[in-house]
Design a protein around this ligand. Structure first.
Ligand code: ASP
Length: 409
């Protein structure tokens, strides 16, 4: 039983290595384990709709009673959407420059169906955001209309009479808590899931193993490089020039929450530390931090957004699929929405990968390709998520004329 005590990322690594060996040396045995991967993917898909739905409503209702939604709310939303989009564009540029997946050629390009019917004009993409029938969209697992509806519902919950508002806010918070627990339970089975998926993929692509391993390393470096550019260049520029504050001083103040985010891979779990460090070290008022941070922990995930985009592009490259400009834009939009919908818990970004892949019609099995390094990259992207929340709080506090302790004099 001791093996169960090893940290999840080690378990995943061990499962990955065993799966590669198994798929390579005992290909005939793969048919006995591939069902495990199948079940794991089904379980991930099972939680997406309820998790995203409750996560967004709980995030939006945490904005308070609607009075807050004035200037502060507009600024916060502007910052969240703006920085997440910048993060995605950084990832998109890097993945197009480095092209980590090109050359793997999984030889599935012909079997990638639905690519054309899943992409339309930009106008179509916006039309598809609005569900004709929300239950139908949920049943089909169409995430974008569900996110749209959840934002609307959350917003109007904050606008109703106190009695109803409290009931519904509590209900969705409770539902969200439970869904996070269910998801974390499924995530515990990742080593088994990874074993089933990876063994199957290795058997199918045994001739390509060396090039896949090489590409996976380059892919990880692409994600890390893009995350670092976003965290150490883009965000500091915003803090310095819009917030008129010292970004690297602020970075030092945030050491504890950032390290916690890195080691727990959970923005939600890190939230109390993020609030404490912002108020006590960087001198942001409780008014700004209590408004921006809980919301940020669920919907502002720059690192996750960037990661979704790079991973989807990598998978497309590996399958030899050339994505058009419109398709890449669809990835940008879905990566943004996926990051908004992702819960602040370990590997939520992986759950949301299915959404981005489905949107452009890429095969879900592609997840098997990035699964092995997901847990490690999760640590870094979570730190970037928390870092962006904290930069947002400082920037917004400064534009509200708060002094803070990191202001440029
Ligand atoms: N673990 C990340 C977070 O908590 C979400 C993700 O998986 O990308 O912020």
């Amino acid at each position: 039983m001791k093996i169960l005590k090893i940290k999840l990322h080690w378990q995943i690594l061990i499962a990955f290595i065993l799966a590669v060996l198994f798929g390579y040396f005992i290909p005939d045995g793969v048919k006995y384990v591939s069902w495990i991967g199948e079940i794991f993917l089904r379980a991930l898909k099972m939680v997406i709709i309820p998790l995203v739905f409750s996560s967004i409503i709980s995030g939006v209702t945490s904005m308070g009673d609607g009075k807050n939604l004035g200037r502060l709310g507009v600024k916060t939303m502007f910052y969240y959407l703006g920085t997440s989009t910048l993060a995605i564009l950084t990832g998109l540029t890097m993945v197009n420059l480095i092209k980590p997946g090109v050359g793997i050629d999984l030889g599935f390009s012909k079997t990638v169906e639905g690519l054309t019917e899943n992409t339309g004009s930009v106008q179509d993409i916006f039309f598809r955001l609005i569900p004709e029938n929300i239950i139908d969209s949920m049943a089909r697992g169409e995430i974008l209309p569900v996110i749209f509806f959840a934002i609307l519902l959350g917003f109007f919950i904050t606008k109703t009479a106190t009695k109803y508002r409290e009931t519904l806010t509590n209900f969705f918070n409770a539902f969200f808590e439970v869904m996070m627990k269910v998801t974390l339970f499924i995530i515990k089975f990742t080593p088994l899931g990874i074993f089933g998926i990876v063994a199957t993929e290795v058997k199918r692509n045994s001739g390509e193993l060396a090039s896949i391993a090489g590409s996976l390393a380059i892919y990880s470096l692409t994600v890390v490089a893009a995350l670092l550019i976003h965290a150490l260049v883009t965000l500091p520029v915003i803090v310095r020039f819009i917030g008129k504050a010292k970004p690297y001083e602020h970075l030092k103040n945030m050491a504890a929450p950032l390290l916690t985010a890195f080691s727990t891979s959970s923005s939600s779990a890190t939230l109390p530390l993020t609030m404490e460090a912002l108020e006590n070290n960087s001198g942001v008022s409780n008014k700004v931090s209590s408004f921006t941070l809980p919301l940020g922990a669920t919907i502002n995930m720059d690192g996750t957004a960037l990661y979704e985009c790079v991973a989807a592009m990598f998978i497309a490259q590996a399958y030899g699929v050339e994505l058009t400009f419109i398709q890449q834009m669809l990835i940008v939009v879905t990566a943004l929405l996926a990051s908004i919908g992702a819960a602040g818990i370990p590997m939520a970004g992986l759950v949301m990968m299915t959404v981005v892949l489905t949107a452009v019609g890429l095969p879900l099995e592609g997840i098997g390709l990035v699964l092995a390094v997901d847990r490690i990259l999760d640590m870094l992207r979570t730190a970037v998520n928390v870092w962006s929340d904290s930069c947002g709080a400082v920037t917004i506090a400064r534009t509200e004329n708060e002094e803070t302790s990191v202001a440029v004099n």
